[in-house]
Write a protein that binds this ligand. Structure first.
Ligand code: SF4
Length: 336
């Protein structure tokens, strides 16, 4: 399929407009994600409708905690990514075309079939996840339009590097997004992800302003992004630029892919992040798989009542149908 947004240049070169790399691609070559190829002066997506992964997940696994807690999300991905994170947890599929000589695998599934499968499996949403949805944005857009028409929510799980034009195109059909904020300095993004931080910050603000329910995730990597100053800066950015209601998930790193030279994140780092979040005024800070600290429950920001109790993927919610705390009537960010 022809790429949704690109520009034709001289000598059959093209400039991709899907993400902030804006790759200029010669005839016969691919962009940095390795899934968009210049074929005779036309930029073609090699992964459109070719799913490498599909399955039913709890929405909490995305993680999305403020859209229909306890519901199921039909989750889909193609191969490919526009980042090169050395700590990637899904590198076998995300970096497949790059690490395996251009290899692209996947099963042909139409957008209608994806939506049908979501409904048949009792899912409240479809999540575009596991790899980066920017690389299969044509599939996202076609599927999300159909899903929205059938009252299924759409969720992006993304590194936040799409172009503004693409975000504006998909936003009318996207209900929620979990966006990685991988660190709070450009050196980290350049060195470990082969990208830049500024577009991610701008896109977070843009998504929020377009009415998308935004949750932010940071994987804390010992010695790289867990120092107190960086955590405080990240928390302040989320609170001041996105709003104190924006949920922040801080999660634990485990050695994988090309980053095996350090230990899993110590609990002290996660505690530091929770405390930075609270100091900045964030209402919802979550840690996963770490007993004894803030955890995964949603508390009322006003009275402290447990509103959503999460044990593994078992979820019980006390939030009222109009998104309020049943005790003090305070509003709870999200859709319930
Ligand atoms: S999606 Fe991004 S990485 Fe891929 S070709 Fe387009 S601009 Fe380059």
């Amino acid at each position: 399929m022809e790429t949704l947004v690109y520009e034709k240049l001289d000598n059959k070169r093209v400039r991709c407009g899907i993400c902030n790399h804006f790759c200029t691609i010669d005839e016969g070559r691919r962009g940095l994600c390795n899934v968009r190829e210049n074929q005779g002066g036309r930029l073609i997506s090699l992964v459109h409708g070719r799913l490498i992964a599909r399955g039913v997940d709890p929405v909490e696994k995305k993680p999305i905690f403020h859209l229909m807690p306890g519901s199921l999300a039909y989750s889909v991905a193609t191969v490919g990514c526009n980042f090169r994170c050395s700590f990637c947890q899904n590198a076998d599929i995300a970096q497949m075309p790059t690490d395996q000589n251009g290899l692209i695998q996947g099963v042909k599934v139409s957008p209608e079939q994806i939506v049908d499968a979501a409904i048949e499996n009792g899912c409240a949403s479809i999540a575009y996840t596991y790899t980066e949805p920017a690389v299969f944005i044509e599939t996202v857009l076609e599927t999300a339009k159909i899903a929205a028409g059938r009252e299924i929510f759409n969720i992006l799980v993304t590194n936040g590097y799409m172009s503004r034009e693409v975000i504006n195109l998909v936003a009318p059909y996207i209900d929620a997004a979990n966006v990685d904020l991988k660190a709070f300095n450009d050196d980290f993004y350049r060195k470990y992800c082969k990208a830049r931080i500024e577009p991610v910050k701008e896109n977070l603000k843009l998504m929020k302003s377009l009415g998308i329910l935004v949750e932010v995730t940071t994987l804390l990597i010992p010695g790289l992004n867990d120092d107190p100053d960086q955590l405080a800066a990240m928390a302040a950015f989320i609170a001041n630029e996105l709003g104190v209601e924006t949920p922040w998930h801080v999660s634990r790193f485990h050695p994988c892919y090309r980053m095996t030279d350090r230990d899993p994140t110590p609990v002290s780092s996660l505690k530091r992040a929770v405390s930075a979040g609270k100091t900045a005024g964030l209402r919802y800070v979550y840690t996963g798989n770490v007993p004894g600290i803030e955890g995964e429950n949603t508390l009322c920001h006003n009275c402290g009542r447990v509103l959503v109790k999460r044990m593994g993927y078992g979820v019980s919610s006390a939030i009222t149908a109009d998104s309020r705390c049943p005790d003090c009537n305070s509003h709870v960010y999200g859709l319930y």
